[in-house]
Design a protein around this ligand. Structure first.
Ligand code: RIB
Length: 300
């Protein structure tokens, strides 16, 4: 079983700051680094480090060669990444003294996916293979339509949440994985259980996982007419940089499902992986390998 991740590649320009810059303020950063990132790239690396065989599809713009090399070094297949004559997608990320971040995104090359690229890429996959999507590339609705026609199992992380997602047919998804803010943006419900109920009423086949930050995560897995529910508490750690914590969780969670692990095992492992990721700086750089995650450390 293969997994295709059709998603973004970003150069992350990361600035270490005491606090986030305010309107009208000029602030000096303590350090600046350029790192590999993008929700797509991070999730492909997390899937791979968790043990999945991953094909990443997307667009490489000018300056993006190092991002493709980075995927290849991790063992991610890059056959479906196309070069485009546009500036590479990038993100300006401030990380404050508490390890929180704020991100300014420039789509660039990530907005250059064509219908022909989607059709050609998806035709190379077979019924039962998985497709993972986020919302940092264009034409997500088309990717979903074509993958559904082909019988792929489709998971969406609707992040960043914006009105492009209005075109998406959620009824064609198997899984929706999002944080509690995105769940509220999608359903209008602040309570995760109410958000699930609203989604289940509209899309009875859809399984949902909502991450709850330091509280943990909650999932509702619909399978053969039954609904399995699980709450997974987070592990308390000292956060240095929370960038890509959600991407790490996403990659580990879906890799676990593809391996046939049960819901509780998948959520426990994804939570361990993201707890390790937040103790390190950077996006892709912070994602742990499965050996480290499975060794467990002293997380209780
Ligand atoms: O989820 C983290 C990612 O969001 C960063 O790597 C940045 O590129 C933005 O896409």
């Amino acid at each position: 079983m293969k997994i295709l991740n059709f998603g973004s590649l970003n150069l992350d320009y990361v600035y270490e700051v005491e606090h986030f810059v305010q309107p009208g303020e000029t602030l000096s950063a303590a350090s600046q680094t350029v790192k590999a990132g993008g929700k797509g790239l991070n999730q492909s690396i997390a899937l791979r480090r968790a043990g999945a065989e991953v094909w990443h599809a997307g667009c490489m713009g000018t300056g993006g060669e190092t991002l493709v090399e980075r995927l290849q070094k991790d063992g991610v297949h890059t056959d479906y990444i196309r070069p485009v004559p546009t500036l590479q997608g990038n993100a300006v990320i401030q990380v404050n003294a508490q390890g929180e971040n704020c991100i300014l995104l420039f789509g660039g090359s990530n907005q250059c996916v064509t219908e022909a690229q989607i059709d050609e890429t998806i035709s190379a996959f077979a019924p039962g293979d998985w497709l993972l999507l986020q919302n940092e590339v264009n034409l997500v609705d088309r990717m979903l339509e074509k993958a559904a026609e082909k019988g792929l199992v489709i998971a969406l992380n609707p992040s960043p949440f914006d009105n492009k997602l209005d075109a998406v047919d959620y009824g064609k998804l198997s899984w929706l994985l999002m944080n509690e803010i995105e769940a509220e943006q999608l359903t209008g419900e602040t309570d995760p259980a109410a958000a699930w109920a609203a989604l289940h009423g509209r899309y009875p086949q859809l399984s949902v996982l909502i991450t709850l930050g330091v509280k943990g995560s909650m999932a509702w897995h619909v399978q053969k007419g039954t609904i399995e529910t699980h709450f997974q508490p987070a592990f308390p750690v000292q956060a240095v940089d929370t960038t890509a914590a959600g991407d790490t969780y996403t990659g580990y969670f879906f890799s676990g499902l593809m391996e046939g692990r049960n819901l509780k095992q998948c959520m426990d492992r994804a939570t361990r992986a993201s707890a390790i990721a937040v103790t390190r700086p950077g996006a892709a750089d912070s994602i742990p390998d499965k050996n480290e995650v499975d060794a467990g450390g002293n997380m209780q």
